[in-house]
Structures are given as C-alpha cells and as structure tokens.
Design a protein around this ligand. Structure first.
Ligand code: ADP
Ligand code: MG
Length: 444
C-alpha cells in the first residue's frame, strides 16, 4: 500500500538505479560483496546495516544487538576492508579482535575467513600451543583474534606487539566483564595506539564496567542499538502463587525437571541452603555466588554448560557471569529486589532466539511487592495458583517429583545422594499421579 493509488503497475525497482545487492549499498568493497553472495548472505541484518558504514568511515562504534543478530560481520567486514591492501608486519597485527572465550574466538575466525580479502587471520587462544601461535605471528598476521589471557602471555613473551593495531574490536564486552577479564583487556587496549579505531559490541551495554571501558577507550563513538533486550522479548513469564508451606516442594519439583534450570535467590546463604536441600533430593545442582573463588565459579559454570549440573542456584551478582546457552527455565526462587534484576535474571534464558520460560515463585506475603516489581519491569506475566503436584506446574515448567522423596532423604542426608549409574528407570509419564516410587535422573 506504499504506492499512491494513481501510479500504474510497474516492476518494483522501476525509477531506481540498476538493482544492486543491498550489501553493496553499505560501501563495502566489491570483492566483499561477491564473497557475501557466494556465502549466501544477501541482505544485511539491522546491526550490519547500522554499523558497517560508520565503521568503514573510521568512526568508533558502540553496538548493542541481541545474540545471533549478526554482530560478527558487522565489525568484521569493515575491519577487513580497512586493513586490506597493506602488508602484514611480523609480530605486529594491524587488526585485533578480543573475545571472551576460546570457542568464540575460533568461531569469529571461521566466520571471517571467507571475507579475508587476502589478509592473514590468526588466533591466540588458550588450549592450543603458544609456540605455534607465536610462530604464526612472527610470519605476520594481519588480523588477530584473541582471548585476553593468551594474548597477554604472547605480549609478555614479546611474541606479539600491539603498537601497529589500527582497529580493535571488543566482542561480547558484557561477557568480558562477567568473566573478570576487564583488567587484562584494559592493559591490552593501553598497548594499542590511542588514536586507533575501536569498536565495542555487546548484547547489553548497561553494565557499569562496560560503560567505563566505553568512556576510557572510545572516542566520540556512534551508538547503534538494535532491537530490545533479547530475553524480555521472547521468554514467556509466569507468576506462580504458592502457599508458603508448599514452596520447598514446588522448587524441588521444578529443579528436578529435564534441561538447564537457573534458580535465583537473594543471598549467598540462601543459595547454599537451597542447593543443599535440592542435592539431598537427588538433584544435580550447584551453587554459584560471589562467596566462591573465581576459578570455582568458572568450574561450576563449566559443569552447568556440559550438563553435569542441570540446576544452578545463583545470586544476582554471580549471575552476571552466566553465559550458557540453552537455559530453558529461569526461576525467581526469591523475588528480585529491583526491576533491573528481574530483567537481568530473565535475560539468562531465551538467548539466541531459543524458547525460554521465566517463573517467579510468589508466597502470599510477597504478592504486593512482586506485582509492583513486574509492573516496573514492564513484563507481561500470566498468574497461576499452584500446588506441588499440580499438573499445571508440570506443564509450565516440566516439574516432576525429585529422585529422592524428602522422607527417604532423611537418613542419607549427610551423604551425597547419587543414583547408581545405569539404574535407568522409566521416567514418569506426563500427567500421571505423583510417583510413590522415586524416578532417577538419567545418567549423562
Ligand atoms: P552475534 O555475534 O550477534 O551473536 P553472529 O555474528 O554470530 O551473531 O551471527 C549469527 C548467525 O547469523 C550466524 O550463523 C551468521 O552466519 C548469520 N548471519 C549473519 N549475518 C547474516 C546475514 N546478513 N544474512 C543471513 N545470515 C546472517
Ligand atoms: Mg557474536
């Protein structure tokens, strides 16, 4: 209906210059546009549309867009275009991408390889021999994609020098902050020329330490923020009204579900207490809070990521460190203290467009507080009154009876209750009566 009614029917491109692939409109080199077509990329994503022209023009860019929205090419294509045509310098990359994890760094390299324009890409990540990376740097790498830890090692050994870096990208800056990498990141940025171009990308920009980085290291940046925060947009939110006496059983049944579950509590003590109780019911659970050392927290996260732990009980502060995909349920076991916390907690599920559910367990004394909070967070919720064995609770969350009933757990409470491996009993069929006989979690 965009056409005025009087205009005659005509081909959609009439009156415009000869049709060009939309990517070409962004000012990218012809070779890049051809490579994009070969790779099957026809239309730029919104963040690419927004950020590429500014990055090509040499501006500092601050980009916020949800996971999966195409940020890699948004920074990678203009970066490669700007670096193209000049020779590599031994040990001194001219482009640098910092990423929080080894997997992400390798993924970025793979994603940019088809658009390299003859430039040499290299990675500096943990878990691979340092010597090999140092050798490659010595031969000359134009664009280095690195994790802060390994790059710091290489710089300290003299294998990498950052004073020729013209363009630096900080990818997933929010996760860099979560993993405690910012001090290293700052030192690395300090080793690059102060007048270099810097691009910072993140799924969220509301973290204070990320804001600090922006203030210190970006000059007059253009901000491109596309689409709302991912989680708030796609997750389904429920309020579960429960009797105070039912709350422990409701939480245990939810924690016993299949799939990755993240439960939020307000205090470290609360996290420990709930974790112990759930563990006593045979649930593969771990606590994540600020009272644990950083390397313990990372180990716990790794166990959650590979499925050894299926339910994580976390405090708000520790949750900033959670970057695990496929968390299918977020449970506010204690209501959050602020609308911002609600959004942060909820943002741990429904990442990258995956489905996700957020439930808030609300006792009668918490109803007024929670309803005010939900309103302030501007989230649409559906309210249900549930009891532990209700079918509705099961349908909403996948809740099921835990492996060990509280009565059975009493004598064994001091030991870890662990189902023997391979004692696979059939799982309870959906909708059947609460099991008298405890089921076992499948051993992975
Ligand atoms: P982000 O870094 O924002 O999480 P990625 O850069 O990893 O997202 O991209 C997510 C997926 O989208 C990748 O599989 C990528 O190949 C694809 N993608 C990126 N840009 C486009 C595009 N313009 N058209 C189609 N697919 C794209
Ligand atoms: Mg990315």
């Amino acid at each position: 209906m965009a056409e005025p009614p009087s205009s005659p029917p005509q081909p959609s491109n009439a009156g415009r210059p000869a049709p060009r692939p939309p990517f070409a409109d962004l000012g990218l080199p012809v070779l890049t546009v051809q490579a994009l077509r070969r790779e099957g990329f026809t239309d730029p994503r919104p963040i690419q549309d927004a950020a590429i022209p500014d990055a090509l023009a040499g501006r500092d860019v601050l980009g916020r867009a949800p996971t999966g929205s195409g940020k890699t090419l948004a920074f990678g294509l203009p970066m490669l275009a700007r670096l193209a045509g000049r020779p590599a310098i031994p040990r001194a990359p001219r482009g640098l991408v910092l990423a929080p994890t080894r997997e992400l760094a390798l993924q970025i390299e793979r994603a940019l390889e088809p658009f390299a324009l003859g430039l040499r890409l290299g990675t500096a990540v943990g878990g691979l021999p340092t010597a090999r990376q140092a050798e490659k740097l010595l031969r000359g790498v134009d664009l280095l994609i690195a994790t802060p830890g390994r790059l710091t090692d290489l710089v300290e050994q003299g294998a990498a020098v950052l004073d020729s870096v013209q363009v630096t990208v900080l990818d997933e800056a929010d996760h860099m902050a979560d993993f405690g990498f910012l001090p290293q990141v700052r030192r690395l940025l300090d080793a690059t020329p102060a007048d270099g171009q810097r691009l910072l990308f993140s799924a969220t920009l509301d973290d204070d330490s990320v804001q600090d980085l922006v203030r210190h290291y970006l000059r007059n940046p253009v901000t491109h923020s596309v689409a709302p925060e991912p989680a708030a947009a796609v997750a389904v939110h429920h309020l579960l009204f429960v009797d105070t006496a039912d709350k422990p059983a409701v939480l245990a049944r939810i924690a016993a579900r299949e799939g990755r579950t993240l439960m939020f509590v307000r205090t470290q003590y609360g996290a420990e207490k709930l974790t112990r109780r759930l563990r006593d019911e045979g649930i593969a659970v771990a606590a994540l809070h600020g009272g644990k050392a950083q390397n313990r927290r990372l180990r716990t996260l790794a166990a959650f990521a590979d499925g050894a732990v299926s339910t994580l009980v976390a405090t708000d502060i520790a949750a900033r460190g959670i970057h695990v995909d496929a968390v299918s349920l977020v449970v506010h076991a204690d209501p959050p203290t602020s609308p911002k916390d609600y959004v942060h907690r909820a943002g741990r599920t429904a990442r990258a467009g995956a489905a996700g559910t957020v439930v808030t367990v609300v006792t009668p004394d918490q109803r007024a507080e929670v309803s005010a909070l939900i309103q302030a967070a501007e989230v649409e919720t559906v309210t249900h009154s549930v009891r532990p064995a209700d079918r509705q609770l099961q349908q909403l969350t996948g809740a099921r009876a835990p492996a060990v009933t509280p009565a059975a757990a009493q004598p064994a409470a001091r030991d870890r209750v662990r189902p023997p491996r391979g004692s696979g009993q059939p799982r309870r069929v959906s909708g059947s009566a609460p099991a008298r006989r405890p089921h076992r979690r499948r051993a992975r």
